[in-house]
Design a protein around this ligand. Structure first.
Ligand code: PLP
Length: 392
């Protein structure tokens, strides 16, 4: 940790060095509480005694395909299973697959688990999304697919990705684990690509604890995914193909349906909250707000800002430690680019320079539907205080 004396006089006022914190009570980083209606919906399934995937999973599927503008939605156990269910029919062993260097590991590790070869594509420095030009440069003769994450809830440049896919005859799988209800060119994300996957993990915008959904628009593919999800079973104990048990259960389905009643309102609140952060950040030298891809309407699963490091005398980790002491918790998504993960480093071609530096600059501010004006005042004051004390 940089010592107060090397930072100058203003640092003495930082809570970290004994000054008064902006807020003694930390701003809540996320809001995951269930309502009585959610609990009652789950209780109704518990009381029924029938916990397997049934009417509630089916209801979630129908509503999700309508909301995301996809023809078919299949619930499953989690977002990682959703990726596997999408990848297995669309990617062959040994294929080269373009993947983001800047994402959560599952987007890429499930490509490796499929037996395919990930080719890392760099990120754009302002939207953090996969760079379509770098993707185009990296297509090989064996490339058959592109897996792209709508990271932090912001859609990628879908026009450019679909254009590349058409020219090079690539399958497209979008990982929308963080992008529930985001839109692109005014349309739901299920309208684009060959398959779209979602995670309903406990902290996601729509959260069922563990859970996932795959959507697609091709009936044959939907059938393949349904078979893979449940041991290739076409009739009781008749198994047409090899599959897995990747099914959701109706308790998760019931919580998902109940929470879905509020998701659009909560999403609108996240967007309004992001606009408030944009304003706060625009007034502080050295801080950069996230930019949205053209035509996209992001849903801010995470609000990821970055530091213009040469403007400060501290590292990002020191900056966020000081913020925490002031009452503003943050998170770093992600501390390493994927090619530098030990599990994936065998595939690292050392040619994703943007992702290599983003990991030292980004930090996520508290983002959820329960933030109050008080919280924004605290975050604004703490950011200004820490930035001023740490400025170069
Ligand atoms: C972008 C992305 N893809 C995939 C996943 C995996 O989802 P799950 O944790 O439900 O398996 C996550 C979850 O954190 C994610 O953020």
């Amino acid at each position: 940790m940089t010592a107060a004396k090397t930072l100058g006089d203003k640092a003495k006022n930082l809570a970290q060095f004994g000054g008064t914190p902006v807020s003694a009570k930390p701003v809540p980083f996320m809001s995951t509480a269930l309502t009585e209606a959610d609990i009652e919906a789950c209780n109704a399934v518990l009381r029924s005694g029938m916990l397997r995937a049934a009417t509630k999973c089916a209801e979630l599927e129908t509503r999700w395909s309508a909301l995301t503008e996809s023809k078919f939605a299949m619930t499953c156990a989690n977002g990682t299973c959703a990726l596997q269910l999408a990848y297995e029919p669309l990617i062959k062993r040994g294929d080269d697959v373009l993947v983001p260097a800047w994402s959560y590991i599952a987007t890429v590790s499930m490509v490796v688990a499929r037996g395919a070869n990930p080719i890392f594509v760099d990120a754009l420095p302002d939207t953090y999304q996969i760079d379509p030009r770098d993707a185009a440069r990296k297509v090989t003769r064996n490339t058959t697919a592109i897996a792209a994450t709508h990271l932090y809830g912001c859609p990628v440049d879908i026009d450019a990705i679909q254009d590349l896919a058409e020219k090079k005859n690539l399958m497209v799988i979008y990982d929308a684990a963080q992008a529930h209800l985001a839109t692109y060119a005014g349309r739901g994300l299920g309208a684009f690509g060959d398959a779209v996957t979602y995670s309903l993990y406990a902290t996601k915008n729509l959260a069922t604890g563990e859970g996932g959904i795959v959507t697609c628009n091709d009936e044959g593919l939907a059938r393949e995914i349904q078979l893979l999800r449940s041991h290739g079973e076409t009739d009781k104990y008749l198994h047409e193909s090899i599959g897995y048990n990747y099914r959701m259960n109706d308790m998760a389905g019931a919580i998902g349906c109940s929470r879905l009643d509020r998701l659009q309102d909560q999403t609108n609140t996240r967007r309004a909250n992001a606009a408030k952060y944009d304003k706060i950040i625009s007034r502080i030298d050295g801080l950069l707000a996230p930019r949205a891809t053209p035509k996209s309407d992001p849903v801010f699963h995470l609000y990821t800002a970055q530091l213009n490091l040469p403007k400060f005398r501290c590292t990002r980790d020191e900056f966020v430690a000081a913020l925490k002491a002031e009452g503003v918790p943050t998170a770093v998504h992600y501390p390493r680019p994927l090619p530098k993960q030990p599990a994936l480093s065998a595939h690292d071609a050392d040619d994703t320079p943007v992702a290599d530096v983003l990991c030292n600059k980004v930090f996520c501010l508290p983002m959820h539907h329960d933030l109050t004006e008080d919280h924004f005042n605290i975050v604004g004051e703490a950011l200004a205080k820490v930035a001023d004390a740490m400025k170069a």
